[in-house]
Write a protein that binds this ligand. Structure first.
Ligand SMILES: Cc1cc2nc3c(=O)[nH]c(=O)nc-3n(C[C@H](O)[C@H](O)[C@H](O)COP(=O)(O)OP(=O)(O)OC[C@H]3O[C@@H](n4cnc5c(N)ncnc54)[C@H](O)[C@@H]3O)c2cc1C
Length: 334
């Protein structure tokens, strides 16, 4: 599956831009006879010099992935004011973006003092069980209820009321039941949270928009060091549940309330430690206290508030690990 567009940039600038993005996201890239090829988890990006300028061609095995790739590029070019002239060749005008699902709320229940569990249903949800652990919830402008994004003649997405008017927080797929066509996600309740408020008011039968899947995937390693705060609990739960039975390691999770502890399925060789916010030492101290194993198949994962993640990155950079051995992701900003 392919889509293509002309770019309103000089070939040298376009190639330099995509080379820099590939380096930033650590994506493999190679120079070709006509320009540059970048391989992403969603598909291939070709930047080609032409007599009339530069052409961008995206290829993917899947329509939804192709669209995620296109949206990512659209967003990146938008940041430098170069997205308006894009005109993608895919002929989906009028349709909903293929990476979007309009699901129905089945239930939203308080499962512990700080979490709601939301269950959604839709036959299309099965695709959220692969290619990425996360998705975006879509909340449109309040004065345009029931209006959802659609594809314009240019192949770009029309966000009713403008992109900036949409709140698109990221959540983690906690569980998928492919037979029932349901997806569960857990919402950490925090002050001022739009999603926390939504959980208090949503009713079964309400429609909700989702975009994805996207983000990281399950680390397949023999030793795991997983460190996360309340918002990362669902991702750690999913990683532990999917780990091979002989995996060893540690999982350290911060909770806000002693009764937020969940029974997590995990390999016997992985110890799970719960830290109570305000009582126990901060997560970063646990990471700093880690005795790094010599295991060649080790992987450290850290997620939480942006500043804590920056501190974790700084510390991890001092350990002499290969880049493929760790990941630190900001899940929210204070
Ligand atoms: C890859 C990824 C996966 C994620 N998965 C999950 C998940 O499964 N479950 C989950 O609950 N969250 C998850 N998050 C975090 C979630 O996206 C953010 O917390 C988001 O800001 C929540 O949106 P909101 O509409 O509730 O709040 P916003 O409208 O974004 O923010 C409102 C206010 O709340 C503050 N705020 C945001 N998060 C927190 C917090 N955790 N504690 C205290 N204050 C906060 C903000 O600083 C702001 O002042 C994930 C984030 C990422 C990047």
């Amino acid at each position: 599956m392919q889509t293509t567009t002309q770019l309103n940039l000089s070939p040298d600038r376009a190639i330099a831009l995509f080379q820099a993005e590939a380096r930033h996201y650590e994506l493999p890239s190679e120079e070709t006879k006509t320009g540059l090829k970048v391989i992403s988890p969603y598909g291939e990006i070709l930047v080609a010099r032409e007599t009339s300028g530069v052409r961008l061609t995206l290829s993917s095995s899947d329509r939804a992935k192709l669209y995620v790739l296109q949206e990512t590029i659209d967003h990146a070019l938008g940041e430098i004011g170069e997205a308006e002239s894009l005109c993608w060749s895919s002929s989906l005008a009028g349709a909903r973006p293929p990476s979007m699902t309009l699901a129905t709320v089945v239930s939203c229940q308080r499962i512990s003092p700080s979490y709601f569990r939301v269950r959604l249903s839709d036959p299309d949800l099965e695709r959220f069980s692969r290619d990425g652990l996360h998705f975006r919830l879509l909340f449109g402008p309040q004065d345009r209820p029931g209006e959802w994004p659609s594809i314009l003649e240019s192949g770009r997405t029309d966000w009713p009321g403008g992109t900036a008017a949409w709140h698109r927080p990221v959540y983690t797929v906690r569980m998928i039941d492919p037979l029932a066509g349901t997806l569960d996600f857990d919402v950490f309740v925090h002050e001022g949270g739009r999603v926390s408020h939504w959980c208090e008011t949503v009713r079964s039968g309400d429609e909700v928009g989702l975009m994805g899947p996207g983000g990281g995937w399950l680390p397949e390693r023999s030793w795991l060091g997983l460190y996360g705060d309340e918002t990362a609990l669902p991702a750690i739960a999913r990683m532990l549940a999917a780990s091979a039975p002989d995996t060893t390691g540690v999982a350290v999770i911060v909770i806000s309330h002693a009764n937020d502890v969940q029974v997590l399925g995990h390999p016997e060789g992985v110890s799970v430690k719960w830290l109570l916010r305000g009582r126990d030492a901060p997560l970063i101290d646990e990471l700093k206290a880690l005795q790094l194993p010599e295991d060649q198949q080790r992987f450290i994962w850290f997620a939480g508030e942006k500043r804590e993640v920056e501190a974790a990155r700084k510390h991890l950079a001092t350990l002499g690990l290969r880049k493929s051995e760790w990941q630190a992701a900001a899940y929210w900003v204070r």
